[in-house]
Design a protein around this ligand. Structure first.
Ligand code: G
Ligand code: G
Ligand code: MN
Ligand code: NA
Length: 254
């Protein structure tokens, strides 16, 4: 409860910020975009990590205002980068299942896009596989509507849920993100290698781009690249960084 109250105040008092982690094309190493990750700097507790406060936010319903804050901030950043000549970078935003499942989600996204002037063509929504576990017509139509608005949709934490493959084929999504837990012990761990391989061949068969996250070792990169993984994200390339640092990193990278 203490953390919950502190988090409520954090949203009001501007203690949250976004860090951005580069995503690179596997074949030529070009920067294609980034994932926005929320950070909380509490005046006394110091840095509180999302693994601690996202679950609290989900249990208390605070994830809704927090998620909107994150999306608004990421959209503002996309618009600012475009004005500064750093356009052409996809900005991916994590959407919690609770947020996505609310009837007014599409409305909130529409409002935030209008308010910030962000270009939906450069905004990607990362929706967890678990958010789509009980696919209803309503949720399916929500994805279709978001896609029609020009947003890119990615399935995050892929492999941790149990998506029906038949359903996956019909989903209006364009990317799969292999969960970090399956990348961590590549290429040695046979089970993880099987999950990663299966995801890559599924992506190929269904025409979905596959992104690997949590790439830390050159051996993991080589293994994934050899199997056709299109994009990579991880400490091997760069850590999540504040916006200004990300812009400098991007300029130096190209
Ligand atoms: O950045 P870090 O590795 O600490 O993130 C830990 C977890 O918190 C990850 O599962 C990540 O998806 C989640 N997370 C980070 N930022 C956000 C956010 O803005 N919204 C939501 N819903 N989850 C986030
Ligand atoms: O669940 P989600 O995919 O959104 O989680 C992304 C999280 O993974 C972020 O919290 C980010 O800080 C973390 N992350 C990104 N790259 C790496 C990496 O190479 N190694 C580890 N251990 N964590 C990473
Ligand atoms: Mn993510
Ligand atoms: Na993930």
């Amino acid at each position: 409860l203490m953390l919950e109250n502190a988090l409520r105040r954090a949203i009001e008092r501007d203690e949250l910020s976004l860090h951005y982690q580069p995503q690179l094309r596997a074949d030529d190493g070009r920067l294609t975009g980034c994932e926005a990750l929320v950070r909380w700097l509490h005046p006394e507790m110091g840095a509180v990590m999302p693994a601690q406060f996202i679950p609290v936010a989900e249990d208390s319903g605070l994830i809704v205002p927090l998620g909107e804050w994150v999306l608004r901030q990421a959209c503002r950043q996309q618009a600012a980068w475009a004005r500064a000549g750093l356009g052409g970078l996809m900005v991916a935003v994590n959407i919690s299942a609770l947020q996505f499942r609310r009837a007014d989600f599409t409305g909130a996204v529409t409002r935030i896009l209008a308010e910030t002037g962000a270009d939906p063509a450069w905004i990607e929504l990362e929706i967890t596989e678990s958010a789509l576990m009980q696919p209803s017509t309503e949720l399916h139509e929500r994805l279709v509507a978001l896609g029609r608005m020009g947003l890119t949709l990615a399935l995050d934490d892929f492999g941790t849920g149990y998506s029906s493959l038949a359903y996956l084929k019909r989903l209006p999504i364009s990317r799969l993100k292999i969960d970090r837990s399956f990348v961590k012990d590549l290429p040695g761990d046979q089970e993880d290698a099987a999950v990663a391989s299966a995801t890559l061949s599924l992506g190929r068969d269904l025409g979905l781009e596959v992104v690997a996250e949590g790439v830390e070792q050159p051996e993991q990169f080589a293994w994934l690249q050899a199997r056709g993984c299109a994009k990579m994200q991880g400490y091997l390339f760069a850590r999540p960084m504040p916006a200004d640092e990300f812009a400098r990193w991007a300029a130096a990278h190209d």
